[in-house]
Design a protein around this ligand. Structure first.
Ligand code: SF4
Ligand code: SF4
Length: 174
């Protein structure tokens, strides 16, 4: 049984430092929490269509795709980081589809400066639930056993047999 932490009061005080660094990567089960009555492929299509989720990738010799929450470019539009992101996202949108975004980081779509995380604690991705916020806002930690790399997420999506590459390109047509 995983240990989940819901210390939103600390994160609100902190101002969401990690929520503004990069949106969390997600496992298939994180998507099903939001779209429980769908099979996984349908759930992913609904998620992509909402605009709150995007497809990212881990790359070495080949690209391996995974899902994560979307970057909120509106909130970042006045920052240099936001402008740089936008250029890259426009490039991928043109070539592939709006749902692909090989981001370098950015504000999570569910971060709100006044309210903190807009998601109910139970609806947050695993990666957010296992993060243990610390009062000093610096030593927030994830237990070693729950620490996952991008590749772990990409592998989980490979095992799911959901064809993220093709789903991404047809999501606008459903
Ligand atoms: S987990 Fe830590 S760094 Fe992230 S928002 Fe909460 S207090 Fe800030
Ligand atoms: S889902 Fe919520 S807790 Fe997780 S990064 Fe986004 S705003 Fe932060």
């Amino acid at each position: 049984m995983s240990t989940f932490y819901y210390k939103s009061h600390i994160c609100k005080k902190c101002g969401g430092s990690c929520c503004k660094r990069v949106p969390p990567f997600v496992f298939p089960k994180d998507v099903l929490i939001h779209y429980p009555k769908k099979n996984l492929t349908q759930a992913v299509l609904r998620a992509l269509d909402s605009g709150n989720w995007q497809i990212d990738w881990w790359e070495d010799e080949t690209k391996r795709y995974y899902l994560r929450l979307a970057v909120d470019y509106k909130k970042m539009s006045n920052t240099g980081q936001g402008i740089a992101h936008k250029v890259m996202v426009d490039y991928y949108r043109e070539r592939f589809d709006r749902v692909f975004d090989g981001t370098w980081g950015g504000y999570c779509i569910f971060w709100d400066e006044k309210k903190g995380c807009k998601l109910l604690p139970s609806k947050r991705p695993f990666m957010c639930k296992v993060m243990n916020p610390n009062e000093d806002f610096k030593n927030c930690r994830t237990d070693k056993k729950y620490k996952m790399e991008k590749l772990d997420y990409a592998r989980a999506w490979e095992k799911s047999n959901v064809d993220l590459l093709n789903l991404g390109t047809i999501a606008d047509n459903i």
